[in-house]
Design a binder for this molecule. Structure first.
Ligand code: NAD
Ligand code: TYD
Length: 356
């Protein structure tokens, strides 16, 4: 563990990526961490203010679609490893603009694989391409059962289809060229720095501003929620101890129906904002469903638990409470990320796509 390494983390200015960058920069002062990010609407260097001047950290504004820039970056830094998180990540946006997801998630991942393969060719010793993926590639579950590493892929949204394609390419490069690779498929994350287009931060922001809470369909869709710092800890463990060529599922053992989660969030927010009980719940508005909406996701994280000893460390109540506190203490951050492009997205998504 004291050996020095250079690791390129892609998407480090995004939600999960910023937690992974922070963890690696602080925990491994002898590593050099290169954050590669195009700074799309979802990327924000404010997410990394506390570590931006660390001597073992640097930022490179590079788009995954620029194969030449990736090539130059590999020559310049000669990385030992890549942890690949950069992606278009929001299902609703993938329904509005599927090609953006094909470009970044599929073409961008193949560009990155090519750069790694070219640069590492002939000497794969000590190298690793770590691909961070989602449980959504497995499709939808009924009332019973869990996704395991053996569940066949069955994606339904353009987002999950593009992530499935990228997972297949990573495994293809491992099988065809011998590129050392691992893939993890994780359930829904929540926590600080989460962009307020996803359910939990969107609803926190709307509750703060007393705006309607748009629950899709009947609200009985189920997700398995994991605190983002527990995901970052799992990534650290798999990067260092995962087996080449393996897949690990990561999840929270924490299933919630959307409407139950939203009601819990409303209760906690009423308490923290000193509002009367029931005030935030009154904002709940059922809207037209998301097309192709997957009914239930739930992960069997038994393999990573048995083989690497990982399990979530934060309970949902603790994690949600910490998350709400963070948003209440960081209203400036919220204001910055919800100005500009966000307003236009919100208008299109909630007054057009979901008009009943
Ligand atoms: P995010 O949308 O918050 O961040 C994505 C980051 O990627 C941003 O910083 C953005 O600027 C960057 N990016 C986008 N396109 C790029 C491009 N063409 N070139 C370079 N950088 C680009 O995403 P997130 O929620 O942090 O998710 C990170 C990864 O984890 C994704 O691969 C996602 O599929 C996966 N994942 C997310 C969740 C979740 O609940 N959010 C769960 C499981 C897996
Ligand atoms: P989301 O946070 O977009 O994650 P994902 O679709 O990748 O699981 O959505 C989580 C759940 O919340 C999903 O079932 C869709 C639902 N949802 C709403 O009901 N209203 C909303 O405004 C959003 C963004 C999501």
């Amino acid at each position: 563990m004291n050996e020095s390494k250079t690791i390129v983390i892609t998407g480090g200015a995004g939600f999960i990526g910023s937690h992974v960058v922070r963890l690696f920069v602080n925990k491994y002062p002898h590593y050099r961490i290169v954050n590669l990010d195009a700074l799309t609407y979802a990327g924000n260097l404010e997410n990394l203010r506390d570590i931006e001047n660390a001597p073992n950290y640097c930022f490179e504004k590079v788009n995954l679609l620029d194969a030449g820039a990736l090539e130059r970056l590999f020559v310049q830094y000669a990385p030992d490893g890549v942890i690949h998180l950069a992606a278009e990540s929001h299902v609703d946006r993938s329904i509005l603009s599927p090609l953006d997801f094909v470009y970044t998630n599929v073409v961008g991942t193949v560009n990155l694989l090519n750069a790694a393969k070219t640069h590492w060719s002939g000497n794969f010793g000590g190298k690793l391409f770590y691909h961070v993926s989602t449980d959504e590639v497995y499709g939808a579950l009924g009332d019973e059962g869990l996704f395991t590493e053996k569940t066949p892929y069955d994606p339904h949204s353009p987002y999950s289809a593009s992530k499935a394609a990228s997972d297949h390419f990573v495994r293809a490069y491992h099988d065809t060229y011998g590129l050392p690779a691992v893939v993890t498929n994780c359930s829904n994350n929540y926590g600080p720095y989460h962009f307020p287009e996803k359910l939990i931060p969107l609803f926190i922001n709307n509750i703060i501003n007393k705006k309607p809470l748009p629950v899709y369909g009947d609200g009985l869709y189920t997700r398995d929620w994991l605190f983002v710092k527990d995901h970052a800890a799992a990534i650290d463990l798999v990067y260092h101890q995962g087996k080449n060529g393996e897949t690990y599922n990561i999840g929270g053992f924490n299933e919630w129906k959307n409407i139950e989660l939203v009601k819990l969030l409303c209760r906690l927010m009423d308490q923290k904002l000193n509002r009367r009980e029931g005030e935030s719940e009154a904002l709940i508005t059922y809207v037209k469903d998301r097309p192709g909406h997957d009914r239930r996701y739930a992960i069997d994280a038994g393999k990573i638990n048995r083989e690497l000893g990982w399990k979530p460390s934060v309970t949902f109540e603790e994690g949600l409470s910490q998350t709400i506190d963070w948003y209440l203490e960081n209203e400036e951050w919220l204001k910055h990320v919800t100005s500009g492009e966000y307003q236009q997205y919100y208008q299109t998504q909630y007054t057009t796509a979901h008009a009943s």
